[in-house]
Design a protein around this ligand. Structure first.
Ligand code: FPP
Length: 246
């Protein structure tokens, strides 16, 4: 029995939303309809996190590797993102959700990149939930871009390389201003991290469910929170030490 389990709510949840394609294929539908259905689960997850007082939610919407999917599927996903931006931003703004897109945004069509920037600006003053949407994102890219920023500063004489440690490095990866990921969820039955937030999940609790993303609802997310509350987070300490510092 973990003491005060009810109080152990993750501050930051990251989700690999896997299983849209299979959800559609099982119904003999095009994969793009699975992504469209997945969008409903995105809405439900945002609402869930707002209600449960989660500070930050990061969703893996499009990886650096997803460009290699068939042109038709990539095109459908881009259309979906564009439409979602048009449709959802008003509601996110009204619900005090702050949106940030993380990844190499320059690779997207100018119209889409411009709307992502507009959504970030429009919701910048909001505070009830920080919603991060990872697009054209890869964990290795993130670490490489941090290394590049540090190397550039060092080459300009603005940074002494001897001072680079984990704390300094951590300031340059994406989401540096947010709590570290406490709970990493992957749906769809695969047990992989798939190049998501490699640095930020160093001490995250990992939770895998067979549920396909479009079928994820509050009950599935509540089960993940319940499991999180049962876990003992030790950060390399002994169990007794971890309990002593609470
Ligand atoms: C992985 O499932 C899912 C994606 C690559 C896309 C995720 C996109 C959404 C949930 C749509 C809406 C998102 C936003 C933020 C508006 P998969 O296609 O790899 O599924 P499979 O493993 O069954 O093939």
């Amino acid at each position: 029995m973990v003491p005060d389990a009810a109080a152990r709510v993750p501050r930051h949840i990251a989700i690999v939303m896997d299983g849209n394609g299979r959800w559609a294929e099982r119904r003999h539908l095009p994969r793009s309809l699975g992504h469209r259905e997945g969008q409903k689960a995105v809405r439900a997850a945002i609402e869930f996190c707002r209600r449960r007082g989660i500070a930050a939610l990061t969703l893996f919407a499009f990886s650096s590797e997803n460009w290699k999917r068939p042109d038709e599927e990539v095109g459908a996903l881009m259309q979906l993102f564009l439409k979602a931006l048009d449709r959802e931003v008003d509601e996110l703004a009204a619900n005090d959700v702050r949106v940030r897109f993380v990844g190499e945004l320059g690779a997207f069509a100018p119209e889409l990149a411009q709307r992502m920037h507009a959504a970030m600006q429009r919701t910048a003053g909001n505070a009830s939930l920080q919603l991060n949407i990872a697009v054209n994102y890869g964990g290795r890219w993130d670490i490489a871009q941090a290394a590049r920023a540090l190397a550039t500063a060092a080459a300009r004489g603005e940074l002494d390389p001897a001072t680079i440690d984990e704390t300094v490095f951590a300031r340059h990866v994406c989401l540096a201003d947010q709590p570290p990921v406490d709970l990493f969820i992957r749906t769809g039955g695969e047990m992989r991290i798939s190049n998501f937030l490699l640095w930020q999940t160093a001490y995250a609790e990992l939770y895998f469910t067979d549920t396909l993303w479009p079928d994820v609802d509050a009950a599935v997310l509540d089960a993940a929170l319940a499991e999180f509350a049962r876990r003992e987070r030790r950060y390399g300490l002994t169990s007794a030490q971890a309990r002593a510092i609470g």
